[in-house]
Design a protein around this ligand. Structure first.
Ligand SMILES: NC(=O)C1=CN([C@@H]2O[C@H](COP(=O)(O)OP(=O)(O)OC[C@H]3O[C@@H](n4cnc5c(N)ncnc54)[C@H](OP(=O)(O)O)[C@@H]3O)[C@@H](O)[C@H]2O)C=CC1
Ligand SMILES: CC(C)(CO)C(=O)C(=O)O
Length: 346
């Protein structure tokens, strides 16, 4: 039974390094962009930080046809691309034709897109709380330890191989019965200190030094919690990430007690890695996973007769900057403009 990882960035390379080193592990290959595959064929994979290692002799390909025969139609594919690349990856996954597909992507909506393409029973939802920085095509740094949550998307989704392989590879794995609860809980964490930092081109510490922005962050999460409640989804704790506890605190604790906790948890939550939405903007990417966080919360709210002005405002501004409809310079270092766009100007 073979495993193919799709997407050789930070998370894909982490999975490759851990699965390839597992004793009694399943044979594993990486399917990534041709330039990434060529780099890994020429240079060892270097992991620094937690679990540092250097690996050669990995099975890596830049196209399905280039994979060895044993990896065609693998038992499991692990999807590690950004949400905006899911549709492109679906075409690749059709060629690969795996038995099951585990998605470790952040954000809301990927499971549904995959279920529509392959049937819900072949899909496994995942949530990984390890923080990883891709520093080059063959180098990653693991900045914070985490674990992996798994949940079935369809009634007969089979989690056994994924659970065994990931546990053998040293991950703390936890099963959830409601994939929506797991993914919305992960989204709550990813929302914090992400779009605000990106739009303002600020560090998380700078964002959390401004009380008005901490209030905006709290409101964004409270809006998402209201949508979850309307949809009948309860927050759950994730491996090494107490999302349910954080949600309880954000809902009930007064700012004077909550804000110092948020400041410490959010700034430390990525182990020093810059927020992904800020990294994407700085890299000049014209797409953003913000669509699958704030955009998805706002869309779900509308579908359920609710309003989430802060989530809508954050995605409107971030999406506008990413698409080039708004000038980033008009928001960089200017919290007042962001607060106004989110209806929170005093
Ligand atoms: N990094 C982290 O700490 C964490 C990330 N996540 C989530 O995991 C997912 C992956 O993130 P991350 O690894 O950081 O992202 P990266 O951008 O580092 O890696 C994604 C990789 O997939 C490649 N790719 C895109 N489409 C395809 C395709 N069709 N076939 C093959 N390869 C493809 C990309 O190539 P190219 O760049 O050329 O498009 C890139 O190399 C995201 O949803 C993210 O939010 C979750 C938890 C932690
Ligand atoms: C590491 C973690 C869990 C922090 O929110 C994450 O999902 C990310 O950085 O993308």
């Amino acid at each position: 039974m073979t495993i193919v990882i799709v997407g050789g960035g930070a998370i894909g390379l982490l999975l490759l390094s851990r699965l390839a080193q597992a004793s009694n592990g399943q044979p594993v290959a990486l399917l990534t962009r041709p330039n990434g595959a060529a780099a890994l064929q020429a240079t060892p994979l270097q992991v620094s930080g937690i679990g540092a290692c250097s690996l050669t002799g990995l099975t890596v390909a830049g196209a399905v046809a280039d994979l060895p025969a044993a990896f065609q139609q693998p038992a499991l594919a692990i999807l590690c691309v950004k949400g905006y690349d899911t549709n492109g990856a679906i075409a690749t996954l059709r060629d690969l034709n795996p038995g099951s597909i585990l998605t470790l992507q952040n954000g809301l909506g990927n499971e549904e897109a995959l279920a529509q393409a392959f049937g819900a029973d072949r899909i496994i939802a995942g949530a990984i709380t390890t923080s990883v920085d891709a520093t080059g095509p063959t180098t990653i740094t693991v900045t914070k330890a985490g674990g992996i949550g798994l949940a079935p998307v369809g009634g007969t989704s089979n989690l056994t191989l994924a659970e065994t392989a990931l546990s053998n590879a040293g991950f703390t794995v936890q099963r959830y019965h409601d994939y929506r609860a797991m993914k919305w809980s992960k989204a709550l964490l990813n929302m914090l200190g992400n779009a605000t930092a990106a739009i303002l081109d600020w560090s998380v510490a700078q964002v959390y030094a401004d009380r008005r922005l901490v209030a905006l962050e709290r409101t964004a999460v409270r809006e998402a919690l209201a949508v979850m409640q309307r949809m009948g989804i309860r927050p759950v704790n994730l491996p090494r990430y107490p999302a349910a506890l954080l949600a309880f605190g954000i809902r009930w604790l007064p700012p004077i007690i909550l804000d110092p906790i948020l400041r410490q948890r959010v700034a430390g939550g990525r182990g020093g890695k810059d927020p992904s939405l800020l990294r994407d903007l700085r890299a000049g990417r014209s797409r953003s996973e913000g669509e699958f966080l704030y955009g998805a919360v706002a869309a779900a709210a509308t579908a359920h007769g609710l309003q989430t002005p802060v989530n809508a405002g954050l995605w409107q501004v971030l999406g506008g900057i990413v698409r080039g409809d708004l000038r980033w310079d008009d928001y960089r270092g200017q919290p007042e403009r962001l607060l106004a766009a989110c209806g929170m100007a005093k």
